[in-house]
Design a binder for this molecule. Structure first.
Ligand SMILES: *Cc1c(COP(=O)(O)O)cnc(C)c1O
Length: 570
C-alpha cells in the first residue's frame, strides 16, 4: 500500500516533471520563433543591404566606443572636440561687452524705463539682415503691417491662457476657430452630428509638437484598439526629423524608406514591403523640407486603406501654400482629406500662415483618433487634469496672434502670397535649369523650396570641378543663408515673402559663386562638409558629428553658470 502510493507519487512527480520540461521547451521555441519573426520583419522592411550596413555601423560604433576607453585616444578626441566647441562658442555665442547681461537676478529690480532701454540694446545686437530676403525660410512674412497686427493681438491677450477656458473665453473661441479654419482649408470631413465624428484638431506650439502629438495618438490608439505593443511607423527618408524625435520619445520603431533619385518621392514599393502587423502609421510630406518634393499621397493612401493603418500628411511647410496652389494657377497634386486614406495632417500656421512663432495645427479625420492625443489624469490631488497636447499652460497671446494673422490674410491674401512665393521659387528653379549647365535641380518642386546640386560632385577635385558646399560658402560670403543638404550634397532655398524681390540677386550671386569655384585650380570641399559630408560618409564620423551636435546645443544654450554679473545701465 505504502509502496504503491509512493510509486504513484513518483509517477505523478515524473509526469509533472515532464510537463514542466515540455512547457519549458514550448516557451523556449516560442521565444525563438518571436525573435525569428522579428528579424524577418526587420530584414523585409530594411532590405538586406541596408540591414547589413546598419549592423556594420553598430559594430564600428561599438569598436569606437571601446577605443575611447583607452585614455590616450579619449584625451585626443576630447581635446579636438573641446577645440571645436570653443570655435563654435566664439562664432555663435560671442561676448557682447556693451550689452546688458544678467546671469543672476539683480539685487534691486530695474525700473521699467531701464528694462525698455536694455531690451532696445539687445534687439540692436549685430545680426543677420533678414529683411533683404537672403535668408532661406526663417522669417516668412516680415512685413510691418503683420507685425502691427501681432502686437495688437499680444497687447489685448497678454495675460490669457487657454488652460482656463472659463476665465478667457475669447482665447478659447479663437483657438477653436483657428482649428476650424485649417480643417476647412484641408477639406476635412464634415461632422455627421454635433458631437460625433467629423474632422477635428487642436492647436499646438509648432510643427514638431503637431507631429509628436499625431504619433502619440496613433501609438495609443493601436495599443487600445488593436493590442499593438511594439508599434512601428514607416516614413520617407526625406521626412522631417520630428518623426525621429517622436520615435525616440514614444518608443516607436521607425523605418526610413528611400526616395526615388529623380522624383525625390518616397518609393512606394519599398513602403509596401515594410508594412507588417505592428505598423501603426505611414507618413508622406507635402512638401518635404530638404528638396520640396510632395510624396505620392494617393499611392500611400491606397496602402493605408488596404492595411487599415493611419496615414499622416506632413503639411507643416506646405501650410498655407499647398492648399492655394490651384487657386493661384499652379499645378498641384492630391494632398488633403479628400484623399480617402489620409487620417491626419499637420499644418504650421507659423510658417506660410504668417502667424507669430509658436503656432501650428494638428488635424484628424475624426474625433475618434484625436481623443488618443489627450492626456487625462483623474486621481491627481490637484483635481481632474486634462490637457489636449504637451503643454499645460499655453500663451493665449500667440493664439490671438495666429487668429489675427489668418483673418487678416483671408483667402485672397493667401492666394496672392502663394502666387508671389511659388512664383519666385519657379523663377529660381527655371533660372538654375536654364543658365547653370553645371547644376541640376532636385526633383520637380511644386511649392516654395528649390534644391540644387552639382553635376560634377564627387568627380575628383581638379580645376572645373564644382563641389556644391564650396559654392555654398561663397553664397554665405555674399550674405545668403542657404541650407546645406546631405545625401546627395546640395543646397536649398525656401522662398518666403521676402525672397520675392531677391530672385534676380540670387541668380546673379549664384553665377558669380559658381564661376569663382570653377576657376579654382584645386577647389576645396567647402566648410559645410565639416558637418554634412563627414556625418554620412563614415560610421566614426557619424559618432563624432553626434557628439559635436550635442556640444552645439551646449553652446547655443550658453552655459553661463556660474554667474558673473555685469550690469550695464544706459
Ligand atoms: C518646419 C517643418 C516641420 C516642423 O518644424 P517646427 O520648427 O517644429 O515648426 C515639420 N515638417 C516640415 C516638412 C517642416 O518644414
Amino acid at each position: 500500500m505504502a509502496q504503491g502510493s509512493s510509486l504513484a507519487l513518483a509517477s505523478m512527480l515524473g509526469k509533472q516533471y515532464m510537463t514542466i520540461q515540455t512547457a519549458k521547451t514550448v516557451v523556449f521555441w516560442y521565444l525563438v520563433l518571436c525573435r525569428f519573426v522579428r528579424v524577418v520583419r526587420h530584414l523585409r522592411a530594411r532590405g538586406l543591404i541596408t540591414a547589413a550596413r546598419e549592423a556594420y555601423l553598430v559594430l564600428v560604433r561599438k569598436g569606437f566606443a571601446c577605443m575611447l576607453l583607452l585614455p590616450s585616444v579619449r584625451n585626443k578626441v576630447q581635446g579636438e572636440l573641446d577645440q571645436v566647441t570653443l570655435d563654435l562658442a566664439g562664432k555663435l555665442a560671442p561676448k557682447y561687452p556693451d550689452a546688458p547681461t544678467f546671469t543672476a537676478l539683480p539685487e534691486t529690480g530695474l525700473a521699467s524705463n531701464d528694462v525698455t532701454a536694455a531690451l532696445a540694446k539687445l534687439s540692436d545686437l549685430p545680426r543677420t539682415e533678414w529683411e533683404g530676403g537672403r535668408v532661406s525660410g526663417a522669417v516668412y512674412h516680415g512685413g510691418k503691417d503683420m507685425g502691427d497686427i501681432w502686437r495688437e493681438a499680444f497687447g489685448r491677450f497678454e495675460v490669457s491662457n487657454p488652460l482656463h477656458a472659463d476665465v478667457f473665453p475669447g482665447v478659447r473661441k479663437m483657438d477653436a476657430e483657428v482649428v476650424s479654419m485649417c480643417l476647412s482649408l484641408y477639406n476635412a470631413p464634415l461632422p455627421a452630428s454635433a458631437i460625433d465624428d467629423g474632422g477635428a484638431g487642436t492647436t499646438t506650439s509648432g510643427g514638431t509638437e503637431s507631429i509628436l502629438m499625431a504619433c502619440k495618438a496613433y501609438r495609443d490608439r493601436a495599443r487600445a484598439e488593436f493590442g499593438i505593443t511594439e508599434p512601428e511607423m514607416i516614413v520617407p527618408k526625406s521626412v522631417h526629423a520630428a518623426f525621429d524625435k517622436a520615435a525616440m520619445y514614444f518608443g516607436i520603431k521607425i523605418h526610413h524608406i528611400p526616395v526615388d533619385r529623380k522624383t525625390r518621392k518616397v518609393q512606394i514599393a519599398k513602403v509596401r514591403r515594410a508594412i507588417n502587423v505592428n505598423t501603426i502609421l505611414l507618413v508622406g510630406s507635402a512638401p518635404n523640407f530638404p528638396d520640396g518634393a510632395i510624396d505620392d499621397i494617393s499611392a500611400l493612401s491606397d496602402l493605408a486603406v488596404k492595411h487599415r493603418i493611419g496615414l499622416h500628411v506632413d503639411c507643416c511647410l506646405g501650410s498655407f501654400l499647398v492648399p492655394f496652389l490651384e487657386r493661384a494657377g499652379f499645378p498641384t497634386v492630391p494632398f488633403d482629406f479628400r484623399v480617402p486614406g489620409v487620417t491626419s495632417i499637420s499644418c504650421d500656421t507659423h510658417k506660410y500662415g504668417f502667424s507669430p512663432k509658436g503656432s501650428s495645427c494638428i488635424m484628424y479625420r475624426s474625433k475618434q483618433i484625436r481623443k488618443y492625443q489627450y492626456s487625462v489624469t483623474t486621481t491627481w490631488p490637484g483635481g481632474v487634469y486634462a490637457t489636449p497636447s504637451m503643454s499645460g499652460s499655453r500663451p493665449g497671446a500667440l493664439i490671438a496672434g495666429a487668429w489675427a494673422s489668418l483673418v487678416h490674410m483671408g483667402i485672397d491674401g493667401y492666394t496672392q502670397s502663394c502666387r508671389d512665393i511659388v512664383g519666385a521659387a519657379k523663377r529660381i528653379a527655371h533660372g538654375v535649369k536654364k543658365d547653370f549647365p553645371e547644376l541640376y535641380v532636385l526633383g520637380d518642386p511644386l511649392v516654395s523650396v528649390v534644391a540644387f546640386g552639382s553635376k560634377t560632385e564627387g568627380q575628383g577635385n581638379g580645376k572645373g570641378c564644382l563641389p556644391i558646399y564650396e559654392v555654398g560658402d561663397r553664397m554665405s560670403k555674399a550674405g545668403w543663408h542657404l541650407n546645406a543638404l546631405q545625401d546627395p550634397p546640395a543646397l536649398h532655398i525656401a522662398c518666403t515673402r521676402l525672397t520675392v524681390t531677391a530672385v534676380d540677386d540670387f541668380l546673379r550671386d549664384l553665377r558669380v559663386a559658381v564661376d569663382e569655384v570653377k576657376a579654382l585650380e584645386e577647389p576645396g570641399k567647402g566648410s559645410m562638409v565639416m558637418l554634412y559630408g563627414l556625418g554620412t560618409g563614415s560610421a566614426v564620423g557619424g559618432q563624432l558629428i553626434g557628439e559635436m551636435a550635442s556640444r552645439y546645443m551646449d553652446v547655443v544654450c550658453i552655459d553661463l553658470y556660474p554667474p558673473c554679473i555685469t550690469v550695464q545701465h544706459t
